[in-house]
Ligand binder design. Structure first.
Ligand code: DGY
Length: 333
């Protein structure tokens, strides 16, 4: 087997050392050279295109556009993405070229469910506004109606997408005695519904009945702008919307309208369309919106596990072994 060349599209946490160790190591090493893009910003598309024609493996991030043109003109034997989501990669094109694509499921479930709850609580109890209020020197006394928000305990939580992260959010809701509704492409089995104490409902019912609505469905043609004017019109005026999945699932013009007209009470986004959110976006003028910079998986332990899995997928692909976490196992048929 000839030794392989690898391009890593950004500096990774310390696990990169593992990769260097393997690359500079023994005869059983699969890797001849590792090039790491050194900048804080992602490599421009032209750089990706050129690298893809010269290396055997990519270790990439969700900010890298890996499209059909790049894939069809590449020498890639494996694409290993350090993320669970892979909507930046043309999977059909990779499959047609028999290139396995790896991702990192499972290890970021808890971190993302935690951040969802951090945003839900912060939006409900207006934590960001309260901090800004205090720092602006506006705290003069205890006031009966200062910065009021709704109860979280006992409220109804609507979960759109009951995959691993949606389930993690549901489990955390038990501590708050919430009624939990969910909607999904398919209804989960009754055993899981019982364990999680969740009720399957159509999206419209969920939107009408929930006090908190949280999105955990992947980005796809089916979920593009799933939440738009019509869906906001169905929500309670007290509803709070959370999105830690992908920005494209919410129509942001409709969100701006809903928040500025008090059609819903508040929202919190960890993901936007595009990312980063443009500095002149009208959304940034709203007090009833919290935006964080796509940090759902940003716990040290989680990022380290994601990097380790991405490296394992990469090395397996270079060796011609089956990827431990493969998005398109059809390539092995
Ligand atoms: C993912 O993995 O898809 C998250 O959005 C980033 O960690």
């Amino acid at each position: 087997m000839s030794l392989a060349k690898v391009f890593i599209t950004r500096r990774l946490p310390t696990e990169l050392e593992q990769l260097y160790a393997i690359a500079s190591g023994t005869a059983r090493s699969a890797i001849a050279s590792v090039e790491v893009w050194p900048e804080r910003q992602p490599p421009p598309y032209e750089v990706l295109l050129a690298k893809a024609q010269n290396v055997d493996g990519f270790l990439c991030l969700l900010t890298d556009k890996i499209d059909r043109q790049l894939i069809e003109n590449s020498s890639l034997k494996v694409i290993s993405q350090m993320a669970v989501g892979y909507d930046n990669i043309d999977i059909a094109a990779a499959t047609a070229q028999k290139i396995p694509v790896g991702h990192t499921p499972g290890v970021l479930t808890d971190a993302t469910a935690d951040l969802t709850w951090a945003l839900l609580m912060a939006a409900a109890r207006r934590v960001v506004e309260a901090d800004q209020f205090t720092r602006a020197g506006l705290w003069q006394t205890w006031e009966p109606d200062l910065l009021l928000g709704p109860n979280v305990a006992g409220a109804t939580l609507g979960i759109i997408g009951l995959g691993r992260i949606g389930q993690g959010v549901a489990r955390r809701a038990h501590g708050f005695d919430m009624k939990i509704l969910y909607t999904n492409r398919h209804q989960s089995d009754s055993e899981l519904e019982k364990t999680l104490n969740v009720e399957f409902v159509p999206l419209e019912t969920l939107l009408r009945k929930s006090d908190f609505i949280t999105i955990h469905t992947p980005a796809s043609d089916d979920t593009y702008h799933l939440i738009s004017d019509r869906q906001f019109a169905l929500m309670k005026s007290s509803a709070i919307l959370i999105n830690t999945a992908r920005g494209s699932i919410i129509d942001q013009d409709a969100l701006y309208h809903a928040l500025s007209q008090n059609q819903i009470a508040a929202a919190a986004l960890d993901v936007t369309e595009p990312e980063p959110i443009p500095k002149d976006s009208p959304l940034l003028t709203l007090d009833n919106l919290i935006i964080t910079p796509h940090i759902g998986s940003a716990s040290r332990q989680t990022r380290s596990k994601m990097a380790t899995i991405a490296i394992a997928n990469l090395i397996a692909g270079l060796k011609g072994d089956r990827l431990p976490y493969c998005v398109n196992p059809q390539v092995y048929d």
